[in-house]
Design a protein around this ligand. Structure first.
Ligand code: PEP
Length: 250
């Protein structure tokens, strides 16, 4: 995907259908048209109704929080990229730390999920991030390198050129503790250097890299001013009017 400003709201497992519809209507009426690409990522049952509300509005896209490794079949409780495509999803989050941590998903799962997503013209938002312990012990760069290269080694440059990346330090997700702008910039620049070594400088410069982890209406502007930060993947603050302020924070 070409480099552009992006704000994506991951609603996780929140809201009733009625509240989901009200939230998306509120977001639309409080957001001016701009060059920021906006992605709404509701729970699966709300994808279609949210799509209906979004469809008339330029610059807004629909995303899903997960997809299965297979296209169809006897996988009770799962949702495939094929199904997501059929309801108009254009993005899917893969590798979120909650999937890594609670559902024990690994790089081998992410590779299969990303292949499914790309096969169905859905752009993967691939999340990477270190834990607090890893950072404290000075392993954060090696953890990020491993999370990235385990995926990059499975995808040719043409495929990777369709990715969005999200740097989400685990210690900042849902904790209220945000990475400083300097920490975010340092890691985003490092991620580009890994991409440059693995592929080339063009892909390193063109890949959108979002920051995620307690990004909010107060700190978004400072984070988005960092030269290597292209926007945010937002959790808690995507559930209310703060999301509109964040979209306007470039
Ligand atoms: C996330 O879960 O991707 C996230 C960034 O959450 P929060 O903004 O709530 O930290």
């Amino acid at each position: 995907m070409s480099r552009q400003k992006i704000v994506a709201g991951n609603w996780k497992m929140n809201k009733s259908l009625k509240d989901a519809k009200s939230l998306v209507e509120m977001i639309l009426s409080n957001t001016k048209d701009s060059d920021v690409l906006k992605i709404i990522i509701p729970p699966f049952p709300y994808l279609e109704p949210v799509k209906q509300i979004l469809s008339a509005r330029k610059g807004f896209y629909l995303g899903a929080q997960n997809c299965h490794t297979n296209t169809s079949g006897a996988f009770t409780g799962e949702v495939s990229a094929n199904m997501l495509q059929s309801v108009g999803c254009q993005y899917v989050i893969i590798g979120h730390s909650e999937r890594r941590n609670y559902f024990k998903e690994k790089s081998t799962d992410f590779v299969l999920k990303i292949r499914e997503a790309l096969k169905h013209d859905i752009i993967p938002i691939y999340c990477i991030g270190e834990t607090l312990e890893e950072r404290k012990n000075g392993y954060h760069f090696s953890v990020i390198t491993e999370q990235l290269t385990s995926i990059l080694s499975e995808f040719k440059l043409e495929d990777f050129s369709r990715f969005v990346l999200a740097y989400e330090p685990v210690w900042a997700i849902g904790t209220g503790e945000t990475a400083t702008a300097a920490q975010a910039q340092e890691m985003h620049a490092f991620i580009r250097s890994v991409l440059c070594d693995f592929y080339d400088s063009a892909i390193a410069g063109n890949t959108p890299i979002l920051y995620g982890g307690s990004c909010n209406a107060q700190n978004a502007r400072e984070l988005f001013q960092c030269p290597d930060v292209d926007g945010g993947l937002i959790g808690g603050a995507s559930l209310n009017e703060d999301f509109c302020t964040i979209i306007g924070s470039f």
